[in-house]
Design a protein around this ligand. Sequence first.
Ligand code: FRU
Length: 491
Amino acid sequence: MMQQEQYRPGYHYTPARAWMNDPNGMVYYRGVYHLFYQFHPHSNVWGPMHWGHATSPDMLHWTHQPVALAPDELGAIFSGSAVVDWNNTSGFGTPENPPLVAIYTYHNEADRLAGQRPPQSQALAYSTDQGASWTKYAGNPVLQAAPDQGDFRDPKVRWHEASNSWIMSLAVGDHVAFYASPDLKQWHFLSQFGKDVGAHGGVWECPDLLPIRVAETGAQKWLLLLSINPGGPNGGSATQYFIGDFDGRQFVLDPAFAHQLKQDGPQWIDWGRDNYAGVTWSDVPATDGRVLMLGWMSNWDYATKVPTSAWRSGMTLPRELQLHQHTQGYVLHSLPVRELDALKGHVSQPQAAELVLPGAALEQSETYVEFSRPDGSSKAYLEFSNAHGESYKVGLDGQTGRYFSDRRQAGRKDFAEQFASALHTAPRHAQSAVIKLRVYLDRNSAELFADEGATQMSELLFPTSPYTRVRFVVNGQAVQPAVFKVTQLNA
Ligand code: FRU
C-alpha cells in the first residue's frame, strides 16, 4: 500500500483518483446500482465538474466506470438525478428498452462572473445501453432560471403515479421549488416550500422529495431531504429533513412535525460533520421496498484540505431510511444496509472492558455495545486508540442526555482549523433505559448508529496509525458493558 493510500477506505466508495463531491444520479436498473458523482478528474480539489460513474451489485463493491458527463459550451455538470423512463415518455428509448435519463444542472461560470444571465439551468442526457454511454439532449437546457436567480440547481426527479407526471425538486437559494413534466422535457412550476421554515444558515442544496411509510402505522408520508451549507448543527454543511404530505402539487408540513420543528429546532439526518448532499436511490424495485441513500462523507468546511492525495473524498455507508413514530414525534432513522452482513468476518466478544486487536484488524470493523443509561454526572463512551496515543471517543453524556463524538485527539487535524476544534453533539431521540451503539470504522471514518439508527453521527478521522484498542469507559473508568461485540469487516 502506498503511503498516500493509508486512509483509503475499503467498503466505502472512493474514486480511484482525483476529486469527488456529491453523489448524483443514483438509480437501480436491471440488478445494478448506479452511482454517479461530482467529479473533477484533473485535480484533487474542486473545479469544472463532471459526472464520474461507478456500478455495484450491492452498494459496497464498486466497479469504476468511465466519466459519464463532461462539461461543454453550456457549462460544467453540477448535481442531479437519474431515472428509468419505464414508459419512454421522453422518446429517448423504446418501450422495450426504456432509457435511463439523467437530469442535471449546468453551471456556467462565465455567465456567473458576467452577471448578465442566470448561470444555472437544468438539462438532460440519456443512455440506451444501461448507463454505459450517455448522449446529451439536443434541446438542452430544459429549464431556465428567472433573470435574477443565481442558485437554481440539483434537480431530483421522480415519477408521481397519482398525477401521472414527473416531479422535480430543485434547490433555489433559500427554498425548494417543485416542477412537473409529462416527458422530462417540458416543465411547469408547481409550488415552493421552505422560505420560512427549517434551518437557513446557508444556501439550500440537493433536495429530494419521496414517499415513505411510518413504520408503526403504515401511513404514507412524504420526506423532504434538504442539504444546507453552511449552517449544520455542528458547523459547516449538513442535511436536514422535513415530514409532510404531497398532493402532486404542493408539499405541506405534517402538523405534528411542524410542532416538533418549533419545539426542537431543525431535524438532521446525521448530526456528525461528514454526511452531506445525500439523496435516495431511484427505481429500487417495489418488491425490495427500501428507501436507500448515500451521502458525501465530507464537509465543505475542510473537504479540499483533508490529508489524502491520490483522491479526495469518499461516500458514506449506504443506508436504509425508516420513518418512526416516537412519543415525541417523527424520527427518521438510518441503518446501514443489510448487504453489509456479507462482509462480516471474525467476531470477538470480550468479557472485559477492552479489546486489543493487533495489526489492522480494528480499522475495518463494527463495534456494538449495550449498556444502561449513565447517571446524571457521567459520560459513557467507546474509545478507539492507537500506539501513537491518539483516540476517538463516541458515546453519551449523562448530564446533557446527548450523544457526543470527540475527534479532537483522534489523529491528524492540523490541515484545517475547523476540522477538530470542537466536540460534536447530537440529541438522543430514544427513551429506553438501555443504550445501543453501533460504530463502523473504515480507516478514515467512524459512523455511529445509536438506538437502532435513531441518532446518527458520521465523522472523518485521520489517525497516524490504525486504532488497535477499543474500550468502554464510564465516569473515567474502563467498565465491561452488558454487551460488547467487535466484528471485523472484510472489504
Ligand atoms: C453541493 C453542491 C451542489 C452543486 C455541487 C457542485 O455540495 O454545491 O449544490 O450542484 O455541489 O459541485
